[in-house]
Design a binder for this molecule. Structure first.
Ligand code: NAD
Length: 263
């Protein structure tokens, strides 16, 4: 029986997080463990998922497992393993994602387009499809899909990234329409520039925007911290958000208020 004092609205709940080996996913694992949840920490890179768990108050409340969210069989294997271990899934955080190279559309190969779509959009679909039957059996569950400010506007990525993140919001709304009345709440999180490995200079290309310049223009004048996104996820997945269905919840330091290109 898991029980933590203080903010404890996840005691004995089972939370599944994809992309748990880095950045926001890693912060989410810490946040949900600290709130008393059992956490399945999934990542394509199992070593990094294990490292996430080792850094925290991990076993036996945490279960690192390999998954490629773009692969149907891999997704089913991971979800089956979680249900076999804990018998339920209360919250799925579809957080895994990849950035593209910001190239203009006419320079994007079909291979690159498909790679980004497969992880960012097909991934949340496949994971949700595998988890929803369990949530329907329970009569209750929640899903949080990580979109982005790129789910609303251009320039945060290239065409594949921006289209995939717009798609995540569409998937969130459609699934809300299909499952909201059957006990499953589904919402999207739309972070702005967040200080994770994805946003660091080693991932930039010659087409990438000048992030220092962008941050200097964002109303908050700073990067978002992954822990702030994790706390938003903890709110959206909890009963405190019981009336929040189908939202695309922006946490961007005011990025989207800019009337002009923030770059
Ligand atoms: N960092 C930002 O500024 C920012 C802004 C808006 C939205 N986002 C979104 O937030 C989410 C988390 O990003 P992050 O910044 O923490 O990135 P990150 O690169 O630090 O972490 C992403 C994780 O996803 C994993 N992953 C990649 N492909 C996978 C696959 N096929 N199956 C399973 N796991 C896979 C990676 O191994 C990695 O551990 C992503 O969906 C990203 O698009 C990020």
């Amino acid at each position: 029986m898991r029980k933590v004092n203080g903010v404890n609205n996840y005691n004995n709940k089972v939370v599944v997080i994809t992309g748990a080996g880095s950045g926001m996913g890693r912060a989410m694992v810490g946040e949900f463990l600290s709130r008393g949840a059992y956490v399945a920490a999934l990542d394509i890179n199992l070593d990094r998922a294990i490292e996430t768990v080792k850094r925290l108050d991990g076993p036996p409340a945490a279960f690192p497992h390999q998954v490629d969210v773009s692969d149907e069989r891999s997704v089913q294997t991971a979800v089956d393993a979680i249900i076999a271990r804990w018998g339920r899934i209360d919250l799925l955080c579809n957080n895994a994602g990849v950035l593209d190279g910001h190239a203009p559309a006419h320079e994007v190969s079909l291979e690159e387009w498909n790679r980004v779509m497969a992880v960012n959009l097909t991934g949340p679909f496949l994971m949700s499809r595998a988890v929803i039957p369990q949530m329907l059996k329970q009569g209750k569950g929640a899903i949080i899909n990580t979109s982005s400010t790129s789910g609303f506007s251009a320039a945060g990525g290239g065409s594949a990234y921006t289209a995939s993140k717009h798609g995540v919001i569409g998937l969130t709304r459609q699934m809300t329409f299909e499952y909201g009345a059957r006990g499953i709440r589904i919402n999207a999180i739309c972070p702005g520039a967040t200080a994770t490995p994805m946003a660091m200079p080693e991932h930039t290309t010659s087409n990438s925007p000048d992030m220092d310049l962008a941050i200097s223009k964002v109303p908050a004048r700073r990067w978002c911290k992954p822990e702030e996104i994790a706390r938003l996820a903890a709110f959206l997945g909890s009963d405190d958000a019981d009336y929040v269905h189908g939202s695309a919840y922006v946490m961007d330091g005011g990025w989207l208020t800019a009337a002009r290109d923030p770059f």
